[in-house]
Design a protein around this ligand. Structure first.
Ligand code: SF4
Length: 311
């Protein structure tokens, strides 16, 4: 039997910031350098409390509506994107807009525009009130499918059923989305399923890495905030594959009393989490459990980079 006081800490790769988050943060850094503070950002630039509070200290103000921004200010759209209606409202203000929408979210916007032009009714698989979902669903009248139950029960008009297709949020659970699509295909056999995948590479790679490692783990810690869709999906993925898992927004949230009884602890982080925060959590674990061995679990090498917009 394994001696549980000797912990094995598995640091799972890939983890942490994706290309879209890195680009969004670089855009804020560049804008701060060029225009100084206060700098206005729509919503949270990425869903991570640690990142948000670091930027607030630098004079970044996160706001919900373009109307609350003073004239002649600079205003950044977050990585989640915004709806066309929101863009129009922002453009009416006397402010300069910088768009940090992730190019992979933008790709879904373009698909939505194309499908709409072709008179498709879009079933959008995503989370209600998530900023990314709000942005895409502003493009045309769509039907939100937020879980398996909705997929099983949704009723559509005969007009909507004439030409149906699907789009998804970029940060969903791959397993659950596959299940939802199968249900929708059974219920609406003529539905058009595009070959273009909307769940992004970063979401896919982080979930794949978790599925691969969980058979070796007693517990998985996911560094990330509760409002981060892709972090929450990593917890769900581990649980679905039989491994206890906790979301850990900061060192204060490490479930030490549970971990005392566990030998093999996995650590990963959502796509909005800076490695600095993950290392703080690893250091806190090493302090509490000095008899540990760190094991680096190599996963897919990510080489994705996105070009910066003009700032
Ligand atoms: Fe872009 Fe995916 Fe990162 Fe979202 S999680 S910002 S879609 S790369």
């Amino acid at each position: 039997m394994q001696n549980k006081s000797l912990k094995k800490l598995y640091l799972i790769n890939p983890r942490g910031p994706c290309a879209g988050v890195i680009r969004a943060l670089d855009i804020i850094d560049e804008a701060l350098k060029k225009y100084g503070s206060p700098l206005y950002v729509n919503h949270q630039i990425v869903h991570n409390d640690f990142v948000i509070s670091e930027y607030e200290k630098k004079g970044v103000i996160f706001c919900k509506t373009p109307e609350e921004i003073p004239e002649n200010s600079h205003y950044i759209f977050s990585a989640h994107g915004v709806s066309p209606q929101f863009k129009t409202r922002a453009k009416k203000q006397n402010i300069t807009i910088i768009d940090a929408t992730c190019p992979l979210v933008d790709k879904v916007h373009k698909e939505a525009e194309n499908f709409t032009k072709q008179n498709f009714h879009i079933l959008y698989i995503g989370h209600k009130n998530h900023p990314e979902a709000n942005g895409v669903m502003g493009i045309s009248e769509m039907t939100l499918i937020d879980n398996i139950k909705t997929a099983k029960n949704i009723t559509l008009s005969s007009h909507q059923m004439k030409k149906l297709t699907i789009l998804t949020q970029t940060t969903l659970s791959i397993d659950e989305t596959t299940e939802i699509i199968t249900i929708l295909q059974k219920r609406f056999p003529d539905i058009f399923i595009s070959k273009i995948k909307d769940i992004c590479y970063a979401t896919q790679n982080r979930q794949d890495a978790v599925k691969k490692i969980v058979p070796n783990l007693d517990v998985l810690l996911v560094v990330g905030s509760p409002q981060s869709s892709n972090s929450v999906r990593l917890v769900e993925t581990a649980k679905k594959h039989g491994c206890e898992s906790f979301l850990v927004p900061s060192e204060k949230h490490i479930p030490f009393s549970f971990l005392i009884q566990q030998g093999n602890i996995g650590i990963t982080s959502g796509a909005s989490v800076p490695e600095k925060l993950t290392q703080k959590i690893v250091n806190a674990l090493c302090e509490k459990f000095p008899k540990n061995e760190k094991i680096y679990q190599e996963g897919k090498n990510e080489k994705v980079q996105f070009a910066m917009p003009k700032i």
